[in-house]
Design a protein around this ligand. Structure first.
Ligand SMILES: [Zn+2]
Length: 241
């Protein structure tokens, strides 16, 4: 039986987050945010065994057909795939990354995503990586775009080119969490704009986001990218909710 832990107090999380982001974590007793075991030297925030135990996502064919059938519009992508399934652990990791400023979690997530692409033999040449953008107001509120951080880690040691600023979000949309599939589609419809199309023509695009739910957001972004002569678009998320 897995031991359940009481929540970590907020002030303590804040302290851990500041220490983690500053890179001086060796001065502090370090433990895993998920299982509370002591971290060994090279680990940060989450222990190796917790990373290894995260539930692997379904295969691409399953995820692609699932979100294609949920979307209330045409699909503008060729395939969709994810690293992990939704679970209390993956939910906690994404929560810490997005809302608690544990930005260094993006290092691990991006690294694991790049390993998955290697396993899939995804071609690196002529593929560009684009993180789903946040509206500039939301990015200012949060201080960072978690998908951009994932991409920065993702492309390290690969030949992928990351285009972080070629598409922007023009509308400050409501959070999608409590919306139905139809409302999600309406919420993101026309919310993206390509501002630098020069490098898109004939490229394979890998769109990256932290969480793929109904696919409405990523498909909305793919629809806009499709107007600029891209060859094909694939969606890749850390978690499939
Ligand atoms: Zn752990």
């Amino acid at each position: 039986m897995k031991k359940r832990h009481s929540p970590i107090p907020t002030f303590f999380l804040k302290l851990l987050q500041e220490i983690s982001n500053s890179g001086i974590h060796f001065v502090f007793p370090r433990f895993c945010l998920l299982c509370r075991s002591t971290l060994i030297e090279h680990s940060q925030l989450i222990c190796d065994s917790c990373w290894e135990l995260l539930p692997e996502a379904d295969d691409s064919a399953t995820i692609t057909s699932q979100i294609s059938s949920q979307l209330h519009e045409d699909c503008y992508f060729k395939s969709a795939f994810s690293l992990w399934k939704f679970s209390s652990q993956t939910q906690t990791i994404i929560h810490y990354l997005k809302y608690m400023e544990f930005k260094r979690l993006a290092d691990n997530i991006g690294y694991f995503m790049s390993l998955k692409l290697k396993r899939l033999n995804f071609p690196e040449n002529d593929t560009i990586i684009i993180p789903i953008p946040l509206h500039k107001t939301r990015e200012r509120e949060r201080g960072y775009n978690q998908s951009s951080l994932i991409c920065q880690s993702f492309v390290k040691g690969t030949d992928f080119q990351c285009l972080d600023k070629c598409v922007i979000r023009t509308r400050y949309t409501k959070t999608q969490t409590k919306l139905s599939a139809m409302d999600r589609h309406k919420n993101v419809s026309g919310a993206f704009k390509v501002v630098d199309p020069v490098k898109l023509k004939n490229k394979v695009v890998l769109l990256i986001d932290d969480v793929l739910t109904t696919g409405a957001t990523m498909n909305g972004c793919a629809k806009e990218l499709n107007r600029f002569g891209v060859k094909e678009i694939h969606l890749f998320s850390a978690v499939k909710a």
